[in-house]
Structures are given as C-alpha cells and as structure tokens.
Design a protein around this ligand. Sequence first.
Ligand code: FMN
Length: 184
Amino acid sequence: MNFSELLLARESTRVYSGREVSREDMMKIVDAGRLAPSGCNAQPWKFVVVDEPEAKKKLLDAMVFGNNECAAPWADKAGAFVIVAEQRAEVKPMVLHCYNDSQRFAQADNGRASLNMCYAAAELGIGSCIIGCFDHAKMREAFGIPKDVTLRELIAFGYPEKVSEPRKKIRKPLEEVCSFNGWE
Ligand SMILES: Cc1cc2nc3c(=O)[nH]c(=O)nc-3n(C[C@H](O)[C@H](O)[C@H](O)COP(=O)(O)O)c2cc1C
C-alpha cells in the first residue's frame, strides 16, 4: 500500500471480529508511534499496551463513567489497546523563552504518535479507533499510572468484523481549510 492508499484505508473501526492482535504486530504498531516526530525530539510519551484478558476487562471498565455512559460501547471486541500517556518534555531554552511551557508541543506530539500507530495498523490490515473520553481516575488506578502523567488518548486495535472498501471520508472541503499566501 502506498501512502495515498494508506491515507484512505485508515478509518475508525468500531465493529471488531474479536480476533486477537499478535504481540509481534502490536510491537510493530507501537514502534511506529515511537518513530513519530516531536518538538525538540523530546518524545514525551509512553505507550501502555493492554492485550491480556484481565487487563482488557479493567480497561473496558475504566471506559464507563458513573452514569453508565461510554464513548466506545463497541470496544469489547477489539483485540488490544494502547494507552497514550504524555510525559514531561525536555525542551530547548528557546521553547521556554517563546512559551514558558515545556509541554507546549507535547499534546500534539502524542497525537502524531497516535496517528502513526493507526497508519501502521492499517498497513497490517488491522483496524483502529482513537478514543478520547474515558474515566481518567479509573484508568490511572487500573494501570498504576502516576498522577503527574497526563493521559491523552486510548486507541483500540483489532481486526474489522467485515473487510470492505474504506468508507468515504467526511471532511470539510479543501478550499475551506486551505488558502495560499494569505488567510483569505
Ligand atoms: C482525539 C480523538 C478522539 C476520538 N474519540 C472517539 C471516541 O471517544 N469514540 C469514537 O467512537 N470515536 C472517536 N474518535 C474517532 C473520530 O470520531 C473519527 O476519527 C472521525 O469521525 C473521522 O473518521 P475516520 O477516523 O473514520 O476517518 C476520536 C478521534 C480522535 C482523533
């Protein structure tokens, strides 16, 4: 698959077959995250792979809020998950001069890493879906994640129940989101 094909093949998969994703494939996926670019090459991330049944149960539970609401009620059939956690970034003095904030780029860095993982999965025929909403306190507690680490997102990975053509992308028109040589 070339890059243009991969761009269209990656989509959020929300119907999984229940088939496991091998450790070998999960390592390839996480390695793609590790290779993402980051501000000052700070690599302010840690990827916690959750692929064992007991750990998956804990993770699924941490996705349910007190009122029983869940952003990903379909997630129980995913094969594995990655918790993407933002670590403290060591940045160059110029970043601190500019923003007085060492974490200025860290959230986007974690997003870049997450997307790399989703594309790596797509290349392997593995579906993915980023999940932004979950109970952070429960997730921390379940996986012993320290308080000073910011949880950014969770990504579900797994084999789609049905292999079909990628869905048509619903996106704003290019003219609306892009201009040349000026805002208008
Ligand atoms: C930061 C972020 C958070 C997301 N959270 C959820 C979520 O909680 N539940 C869900 O079903 N999809 C979630 N998505 C998936 C988006 O809905 C999806 O990427 C978007 O609709 C575009 O569709 P596509 O990924 O199939 O191209 C999230 C995506 C991102 C990038």
